[in-house]
Design a protein around this ligand. Structure first.
Ligand code: CA
Length: 760
């Protein structure tokens, strides 16, 4: 025991008792004991640093694999990323779970698919109180830092240090939100500034602890604005165009042609093409978004920018004014301008990777640091005529993923294992020796590392993908699907279409074979796999709020009803689908007679399923109303559109009830059983609704939720439905609405929620 040795040496008393000497002796003892403790602590920390790896996560935004040398780029050079790849492992089948900025980040932080982490679309707000892997590392003694693009609306949690770009951030003279809430504008180029701040944090960190650094670039996100040092590196006319630049979208879902992300029709005059002033050629270029980066530049930066861009712009515009260029020539020019700017922006990211690797080398951190390079999704570099991402097609489904971990991963490895961004969190935890909680949906990649990239036994056979951001910029429809090693199955909700691609015969995904007789067994098998994977990942579309705002009439009605809800407080609110909306059609006379004066609000939307009602309620459609009663009847479209499992639909109805109660806790909920449909009691859809109702009946507590099954008023004695009241065996005519009204009014009276009810 070292303390004791020192004690005996220091406190050797001569004869006689000296109080002050004893005191000095005690002080000395305490001091030496303290130094000793620090010594032991530090040496334990030193061992800890040696044992637990540091993690440097360099993450860019929208960096396509087609623009990385290590992935076989034919259009640019990325020497530093290639160096990282040559020292580590390159994943060739790395995919995102939802191909869009914020959602990809949320998947990475939580290890969960979007529907469970709650961040399904840009504009959602990330709940930072949920489980995120940086906080777990922090709790286990890691220092954690996040620098750069965040895009999750709420403040980062789980980090000792953070500084983030507001929203998308800017390339030139960007603002940063600091931990104290202040916003600072920093002169310079964003990619370089994020790298500077990352290296500064590394310099200032406590070297006794392992660390996690997330260095997250804005680049090469739109509007692709390179640093002057990269002007002209990929000159106009030098970048080969992809084979599918002139895709006409035939042979696949009709929603492809409806999206708005083509170079041909949706390339902006200022924002994308980098022209100044008013749009001279509205047939070729879109108006409305100027080049915001140019507006932020200093006079010197503008001079440098204009010195490069203006001569090229003038030369092109002169030819266009002179009528020398066809629409196709313009398309070619747009692609070239796009590639100059995009690849130039990538080049600074590659420079950043080089600086980070050099720093680790120079500071003796190379050996015990895992370096990961990834980007939130892939991107279209003109493939299918597009820029942007979102679609489940390969170019935006794939994510770059390169991992270097000396001693654990052999240099120059490649892997064909199917991996996803939900796998990052468990990988980092396991690498740090921390147990991964069962709720995490991703899988640790350590078995792939140990197998030197080979696909481990029992690895996943397929990935699940889902995109939710319809009715938004670029107008890409909601879709989800499954990818296996050879096939891809996609489902488009709005149009109820399946697309199937054989990636071996059609790697560019130009022709869906879902209706090819030769592929029927494969289609059925993959549909089964799709359903099973959705169950495995707990995907129940009935509880996932989704808008139908990409249908014009729906969007219009949504606006009107939301306005109505804000204008007046209603005493009764009816929530449902076309059968409820029908109070404004076949049921109008009955509505006017029985409910209009309540006053009552009709929130029925034809064709809605539970998930659409959820979207509307979550967006505040009930407005200022805290009604006495809410009459809910919903679910028959969950049956009719896709025979959804009754328990799934019922879970959607339960969510609707929860939402109404959150909005207005005192409202009595009159939960009606889904009306019968189909002619006979054994109609499969009738039976599905009966099964839904069995669940709904259990939701009643007879205090706030009252369940009533009105089937009896519509059915004949033998259980058949009469066309006299339901001409199409689903929707009521006026006689049907009369029966419904006359049955409902007494219920509302009995519950004492309709004091001014008329007498039937
Ligand atoms: Ca992105």
């Amino acid at each position: 025991m070292p303390q004791r040795c020192r004690w005996s040496r220091v406190c050797h008393f001569p004869t006689g008792f000296d109080k002050s000497r004893l005191l000095r002796c005690l002080v000395l003892f305490v001091t030496i004991w303290g130094i000793d403790q620090t010594y032991w602590k530090n040496s334990a920390a030193a061992q800890d640093v040696g044992r637990r790896p540091n993690i440097v996560f360099v993450f860019s935004d929208d960096h396509a694999l087609q623009a990385i040398g290590a992935y076989g780029s034919k259009i640019n050079q990325t020497p530093h990323l290639d160096r990282l790849a040559s020292q580590g492992l390159v994943f060739d089948r790395s995919y995102c779970a939802n191909s869009i900025c914020g959602p990809s980040r949320a998947c990475i932080l939580t290890g969960l698919h979007s529907h469970l982490n709650g961040f399904r679309r840009n504009g959602d707000r990330f709940d930072g109180s949920q489980w995120v892997f940086p906080r777990v590392l922090q709790e286990h003694g890691y220092q954690t830092a996040l620098i750069g693009k965040w895009h999750l609306e709420s403040n980062p949690t789980g980090f000792d240090y953070w500084q983030v770009l507001p929203d998308q951030g800017h390339y030139y003279n960007p603002d940063f939100i600091m931990m104290d809430g202040t916003k600072q504008r920093v002169p310079g180029y964003c990619t370089d500034l994020i790298t500077d701040a990352s290296l500064k944090w590394l310099d200032q960190r406590d070297p006794s602890k392992p660390f996690l650094l997330m260095c997250q670039h804005k680049a090469p996100h739109r509007n692709w604005s390179p640093h002057p040092r990269h002007f002209g590196k990929y000159k106009l006319g030098t970048v080969p165009a992809p084979e599918t630049l002139r895709d006409d979208y035939s042979g696949r879902s009709k929603t492809l042609a409806e999206s708005e992300m083509t170079l041909r029709k949706h390339f902006y005059w200022g924002h994308d093409a980098k022209f100044h002033g008013p749009n001279e050629f509205p047939d070729h270029f879109r108006d409305g978004i100027p080049n915001g980066e140019y507006q932020r530049m200093s006079p010197e930066q503008r001079d440098e920018w204009d010195a490069y861009y203006q001569p090229e712009n003038e030369a092109f515009l002169q030819r266009l004014r002179a009528g020398e260029l066809s629409e196709d020539d313009v398309l070619t020019w747009k692609h070239q301008r796009y590639m100059h700017d995009y690849l130039g922006s990538v080049q600074a990211v590659d420079d950043s990777v080089g600086r980070v690797l050099d720093y680790l080398d120079a500071n003796n951190l190379m050996e015990n640091t895992i370096v990961v390079y990834s980007s939130d999704q892939g991107f279209y570099l003109g493939e299918h005529g597009w820029y942007d991402k979102r679609w489940m097609f390969e170019e935006s489904l794939r994510m770059p993923l390169i991992v270097r971990w000396p001693g654990r991963i052999p240099a120059g490895s490649r892997s064909n294992a199917m991996v996803q961004n939900i796998d990052y969190a468990p990988t980092f935890l396991q690498a740090a020796g921390i147990e991964v909680p069962a709720q995490v949906q991703g899988r640790s990649l350590l078995p792939v590392f140990e197998a030197q990239g080979a696909v481990p036994a029992g690895w996943r056979d397929a990935i699940y993908y889902a995109y939710y951001e319809n009715d938004s910029v670029h107008e890409v429809a909601v879709h989800d699907g499954v990818r296996t090693d050879r096939y891809k199955l996609m489902f488009f909700q709005r149009t109820n279409e399946w697309n199937l691609f054989d990636l071996e015969h059609d790697p560019q995904e130009m022709n869906s074979v879902h209706d090819d007789p030769q592929y029927q067994a494969i289609l059925k098998g993959l549909q089964q796999r799709y359903r099973d994977l959705r169950k495995f990942y707990q995907v129940n579309s009935a509880v996932i709020p989704v808008t139908r705002g990409d249908e014009a009439w729906w969007k219009q009605r949504d606006r009107e009803k939301t306005a109505q809800g804000k204008q007046q407080a209603h005493e009764l609110v009816f929530i449902g689908d076309s059968i409820t909306q029908g109070w404004e059609g076949a049921g109008k006379a009955m509505w006017d007679k029985y409910f209009a004066h309540a006053p009552a609000l009709n929130l029925g939307f034809s064709g809605d399923r539970t998930e659409h009602v959820l979207w509307r309620l979550k967006r505040g459609q009930m407005g200022i109303s805290k009604p006495r009663a809410a009459v809910i009847m919903i679910g028959t479209n969950n049956t009719g559109h896709r025979m959804q499992a009754p328990e799934e639909t019922a879970a959607g109805v339960r969510e609707i009830i929860t939402n109404v109660r959150q909005h207005s806790p005192d409202t009595k909920i009159v939960l009606l059983g889904v009306f019968p449909r189909g002619e006979t009691p054994f109609d499969p859809m009738r039976l599905n609704n009966v099964a839904i109702n069995q669940y709904l009946s259990t939701f009643a507590d007879d205090e706030t939720v009252f369940y009533r099954d009105l089937s009896g008023i519509f059915l004949q004695e033998d259980g058949t439905l009469s066309r006299d009241i339901m001409p199409d065996l689903l929707h009521l005519n006026e006689a049907g609405y009369q029966r419904w009204a006359e049955a409902l009014v007494p219920i509302l009276q009995e519950l004492e929620v309709y004091p001014n009810a008329p007498t039937p």
